[in-house]
Design a binder for this molecule. Structure first.
Ligand SMILES: Nc1ncnc2c1ncn2[C@@H]1O[C@H](COP(=O)(O)OP(=O)(O)OP(=O)(O)O)[C@@H](O)[C@H]1O
Length: 364
């Protein structure tokens, strides 16, 4: 299995993403790792429930050995074994994001011997994490472009501070991932979204967020892509606790899928929540970027593993993306290059390692 690779959890973004990426890649490449200074750049450093549950799930999925995994721990060692498929469950027992648990577990499931089901409990729409809607409407369609198949259902939504959301994720194994070429923005074919309130919050807030977003998105709509934002008051069967927010999406005829979102809070007027999300989406659209700033870092692992050269037209690199590239290059032989043409348009390129799923069960 070779020597243990030491990873400094405080580099660049210095957050939970380093841990998730390193543990996924360690499981897939069968390389033992040690991570120290975990989440050193965060005010409450060390492992939080969502990080802990994520790496524990990864350990189970690869019959691995994990030491140092307790809440607030700043150092763990992870020794992977053989990947297995099946059913796995994780419950953060907080509003810790289910989307972030998916970030660590999903790549591992792609390289299992057969299909895997994950049952994840926690926050479905949490701060500083992918809302489940973004994962389903943007990340999973992107994964499909790489040849990965994954279905996700929301059984219940859960918000800060209670959590209690439940999602079920079914992942099919791949043989290898394909590289992607997403270099042309094209023309918008659809702009849609969901503005929601849950618990005791009034539907009026959903209308305020949606109306504010709609006014801004008018700038970019066309005859084929009119803004269509659903306004929802979630019932107590559908959601645990109070929550509000808006998720927005856009699609183009060249296959770009973009998202943006904002969460409501007592401190922010609903109109501002709608404006924030809409401005974020408009920035990506006017920049004609083929991925939004959050998807940018989330596809790095897929580009690194894919079989060949991926090219993606991007906006400014986020620090999360730089961090993801740093970890991917440290643990794999993939090489990332950011090229700029004469008009300063950026293209992120990666020669992926073409990881083959040697565990795949032949279906006769
Ligand atoms: N609004 C959003 N939409 C989609 N993805 C998001 C959104 N906000 C954050 N993300 C994604 O969530 C991940 C957050 O990574 P980060 O390292 O900040 O994680 P974390 O585990 O929450 O750790 P920490 O608490 O240490 O910040 C990144 O992949 C980022 O792109």
């Amino acid at each position: 299995m070779g020597d243990t690779i030491e990873i400094d959890g405080s580099v660049l973004e210095g957050g939970g993403q380093i841990l998730r990426l390193a543990v996924s890649l360690s499981s897939l490449l069968k390389k033992s790792i040690k991570i120290n200074k975990i989440r050193a750049s965060r005010s409450k450093g060390g492992l939080r429930p969502q990080h802990l549950k994520g790496i524990q799930m990864a350990r189970e999925m690869c019959n691995g050995n994990l030491t140092g995994a307790v809440i607030e721990s700043t150092e763990i060692a992870f020794r992977p074994g053989d990947l297995k498929s099946g059913q796995f469950e994780a419950d953060t027992q907080t509003a810790g994001s289910v989307g972030l648990i998916m970030q660590v577990a999903l790549p591992i499931a792609l390289y299992g011997p057969s299909s895997t089901t994950l049952k994840l409990k926690g926050g479905t729409n949490a701060d500083m994490a992918p809302p489940i809607d973004h994962t389903m409407n943007v990340f999973l369609p992107m994964l499909r472009k790489f040849g990965g198949e994954c279905e996700c259902s929301i059984l219940k939504r859960g918000y800060y501070p209670r959590g209690g959301g439940i999602v079920e994720v079914r992942i099919s194994p791949v043989d290898t991932l394909k590289p992607i070429h997403l270099t042309t923005f094209g023309t918008l074919t659809r702009i849609w979204g969901r503005s929601y309130v849950a618990g005791s919050l009034p539907i009026k807030m959903a209308h305020e967020m949606a109306d504010a977003a709609q006014r801004i998105l008018k700038k970019v709509e066309n005859d084929n892509a009119k803004v269509n934002i659903e306004r929802v008051k979630e019932s107590s069967q559908d959601a645990v606790g109070n929550g509000s927010g808006i998720t927005l999406f856009a699609e183009t005829d060249s296959g770009c899928i973009l998202g943006a979102s904002a969460l409501g809070s007592k401190l922010i007027p609903s109109v501002e929540v709608g404006v924030k999300a809409a401005n974020e989406l408009v920035n990506t659209i006017l920049g004609e970027y083929c991925v939004d700033p959050h998807t940018q870092d989330q596809i790095i692992i897929l580009m690194a593993l894919a079989n060949g050269k991926s090219i993606v037209k991007c906006g400014p690199m986020t620090q999360h993306t730089e961090t993801a590239i740093f970890i991917a290059e440290k643990l794999t032989n993939a090489k990332f290059v950011l090229n700029e043409d004469q008009k300063h348009v950026k293209f992120l390129e990666c020669d992926g390692i073409g990881l083959k799923n040697t565990n795949l069960k032949k279906v006769s």
